[in-house]
Design a protein around this ligand. Sequence first.
Ligand SMILES: [Zn+2]
Length: 68
Amino acid sequence: MFLAYCDECEERFLLPTSHITAVHNLANGVIAVEMTCYEGHRIIVLTGNDTGAWRGGVGNDIPGPATV
Ligand SMILES: [Zn+2]
């Protein structure tokens, strides 16, 4: 399960893995998980062991944190 925030719904959801549409390895320890909320809106969740630097940099509009 992933805890994700949808900007369009303005709500947090606990989403099952069946809502994952893609997973991208951005860097060592940084993973971007593309998901859809229950309304079908696209959400990107950053996860992994080293997301701190990414949250403060470019692309810091990506919601988080995520839990598995
Ligand atoms: Zn939504």
